[in-house]
Each structure stands twice: as C-alpha cells, then as structure tokens.
Design a protein around this ligand. Structure first.
Ligand SMILES: Nc1nc2c(ncn2[C@@H]2O[C@H](COP(=O)(O)OP(=O)(O)O)[C@@H](O)[C@H]2O)c(=O)[nH]1
Ligand SMILES: [Mg+2]
Length: 395
C-alpha cells in the first residue's frame, strides 16, 4: 500500500550510507562492494506541510511524526544492491537485482560525484560520473529490450490468432513494468513507428525499449559526496551538459545527513531532517565542532543535506504523487486529530481515495467534502496535494 523508493547504483557510491541516514537503521556499510547482498527495506519519511495548524489544532499522527508543522509521512526505502555490468544478462546478482527493481515505484540513482570509484566500485581517480548514468540507463534499456523482443516473438507466434495487435502482445509481456496497451500504443505512435513490428529495425526496437523504460521507471539522480571539492567540480560539468537534461539531479551529502541525525540522537545538536540549519546544544571538542561547522557551511550552501530532498523529489515530482489527509475540521471525542496522511498516485479521485482507505468505504461512497472549504467534492474529482477530505458513506 505504501510507495517503495529504490536506491540503486554501482558499489561504493554511498547507497548504504544514504539508506542508513534516511532510515536510521543498522545496515552494514563501508567501502566493500556487496556488503548488502539482500535488498534492505526500511522506513523513511517524506515531508508534508501539516494541515492541522490551519484548523487551530495539533495533529496526533498514527504513523510517522510531526515536528513544528512539518509532517513526516512514512514511505518504504529499498537499498537495491547488485548493479554490475551485465546485470541484464544475469551477471552478478543480475536477475535478483532486476526483480527487486521491479518492486519499486521510483528509482533514486545514487552516483558518486567525486569520480573516485570506477564502474565496479573500486578506487580510481578521474572517473566521469556521466559514465555511471549511461551505464545504469543502458542496463535498464537492455533489460527492457529483452522483454520487448519476447513480446514481439509472442506476436509472431500468433498467440492471438488473426486479430492480433502488437500492443496487446507487448502489454502482456511487459505487464510487470506496469504499462497498459493504450500507453504502449501511444509510445509506438509518438516514436513515429507503425503498429507493425515487422517494419521496426534494431534501432527502432531499442528506441521503443528506452522510451517505455523512461515512462515506467522514473528516476532521480542523487549526486552524492557533494561535501567534497571533486564532486562539486563534477556537478558543474554534469549539470551543464545538455545530454543529461532529461534527468533531475539533487546534490547530496549522505555523510552530512547521517552525522546530523546521529548528533541529534546523542543530544549534542538539534536537527530536523531536511532543514538547512541546525543548532549545536553541547560543548564539543574543537575537532568535532569544526566538523559540524563544515557541515553547516554545506547545508547552508545547498539548502540541506539533500537526503529528504531526494525522497520528496522522487515521490512528489518524478512520480507526481500527492499526500491527502482523511479528516474532519475538529478533533475526535478522544482528542485525536488528523491521524493519517496518505500518499496517493497522481490523478487520484475522491472515490479512489475512499477505496484506498477501505473497500467498504469505496463501496458505500456517498459524497466527499473538502474540509477546508466545506465544499462537496464529486466522486470523480481529482484531489490535490495536501487536501483534507471527509468521506460520507451509506453505511
Ligand atoms: N565524502 C563522502 N563520502 C561518503 C558519503 N556517503 C558515503 N560515503 C563513503 O563512501 C563509501 C561507500 O559507502 P557505502 O554506503 O558503503 O556505499 P554502497 O556500496 O553504495 O552501499 C564509504 O566509505 C562511505 O563512508 C558522502 O556523502 N560523502
Ligand atoms: Mg551498500
């Protein structure tokens, strides 16, 4: 029911560090490729401005927490280890890697922007981070192409008899990627191809695989280790390159996020995740204090450590998801208020929301109210981010 954000990237880019920082779980980390063989799933949070203050009340979250008007809504984070060259051919943890990827809704490609790790995750200097981006996109495209070719074979073997449509066969073969027949047809036509695979050459099939991948595997690039000068230089180069305009980049220091969260946990500083500032509350040895001041300069310059920003960009921008509060305008008899905040797909209607809450609520849907305005909301009306919606049912 909750979204899964997948962290992907070659070894040693900082996936485990990012994962730990975002979830504060204990996962082994270090510059050892494949420390995390099984995908680790943890709970991270995305920030949503809380609606409760607008009603003059304090919320009582069932899940996650609220800090000074910012609601931290749970989402699943998956550390998907196992990206190695040839993953799509089953090399390394190839098949496991791909099936784990398929269980995520949106990808965060963690890239080491220092250029100090090669494609296998071994130390080097002068590695261009663009190669990592090309490499992942290519692995994904080759994987999609394999499946696409199977769909074309299925079409040729005449499974659907005389009335076969290529989009039907492709949609069946590509169903794990969550794409419909209609969407496939749109992609074929958008690429100026005929609805006849016999007219497609190898380049056409590759372009088709790539386009379907782009539409079904949205991704954000987490430019990690931006606390180093080398990474900052690469950032300038890569983000100025028009060949990468199709991607969203977020500057990140997973180290900084982890240090701030640990400091907060140990009571030496106060830090709300995602903030661009923090307060040191203890007397620290000079070295520690200086380290924190370097982090302060970083979060001030970049508007935060980037960890929260990455998760929120993935969910709310790349995926277009929205957060909706089921609720009323005043607290329940037991004093609870706005206990829930759910993340729903782009385009969700009031009725979708009712079904999301419970099938009985969906089945009994009578009408919905926008609690802020008091206006009735039709079953088919699309909801907006941060709507507060009360649903009335027949039962
Ligand atoms: N400078 C810097 N180093 C980092 C950062 N994040 C991770 N690292 C280091 O990069 C190395 C690999 O990190 P790890 O999380 O194990 O990478 P993984 O193999 O992708 O899971 C470790 O030495 C980390 O301490 C960061 O934000 N800045
Ligand atoms: Mg790891």
């Amino acid at each position: 029911m909750s979204y899964r954000i997948g962290l992907v990237g070659k070894p040693s880019v900082g996936k485990s560090t990012f994962f730990n920082a975002a979830t504060m779980n204990d996962v082994p980390e270090g510059a050892y490729p494949f420390t995390t063989i099984d995908p680790s799933v943890g709970e991270a949070y995305v920030r949503v401005e809380c609606a409760a203050p607008e009603f003059g009340h304090t919320c009582t979250p069932n899940h996650g927490y609220c800090a000074d008007g910012v609601r931290f809504v749970p989402t699943k984070l998956v550390d998907v280890a196992g990206l190695v060259p040839g993953a799509h051919e089953g090399k390394g943890l190839g098949n496991q890697f791909l099936s784990d990827l398929n269980e995520t809704d949106v990808l965060v490609h963690v890239v080491d922007f220092t250029g100090e790790t090669d494609l296998e995750g071994e130390p080097t200097d002068d590695h261009d981070p663009r190669e990592d981006i090309d490499f992942l996109e290519n692995e994904l495209d080759m994987w999609y192409l394999d499946v696409l070719e199977k769909g074309i074979d299925r079409y040729h073997t005449g499974y659907h008899g005389a009335e076969r449509d290529i989009e039907t066969d492709l949609a069946e073969q590509l169903s794990a990627f969550g794409i419909t027949e209609d969407e496939i047809k749109q992609v074929i036509l958008a690429l100026d191809l005929a609805l006849d695979p016999d007219t497609w050459d190898a380049a056409d099939r590759e372009a088709l695989a790539r386009e379907i991948r782009i539409r079904t595997k949205p991704m954000v690039v987490a430019a990690n280790k931006m606390d180093t000068g080398a990474a900052q230089d690469n950032w300038e180069r890569v983000t100025a390159d028009p060949d990468y305009d199709h991607l969203t980049f977020v500057p990140v220091s997973a180290h900084a996020e982890k240090a701030l969260k640990q400091g907060d946990e140990r009571g030496v500083l106060e830090y709300r995740p995602g903030d661009r500032d923090f307060e040191v509350t203890a007397d620290l040895p000079e070295k520690k204090a200086a380290g924190l001041e370097r982090i302060r300069a970083f979060v001030d310059a970049y508007g935060g450590t980037g960890v929260q920003e990455v998760l929120e960009t993935a969910l709310f921008e790349e995926l277009g998801a929205i957060a909706v509060f089921p609720g009323a305008s005043s607290p329940q008899d037991d004093g609870t208020f706005l206990q829930d905040c759910f993340v729903l797909p782009d385009g969700s209607t009031a009725e979708d929301f009712a079904y999301f809450l419970h099938s009985d609520i969906g089945d009994g849907f009578l009408h919905a109210h926008d609690v802020r305005s008091g206006r009735q909301v039709g079953a088919d009306a699309e909801l907006d981010h941060r709507d507060v919606i009360e649903i009335t049912t027949t039962n």
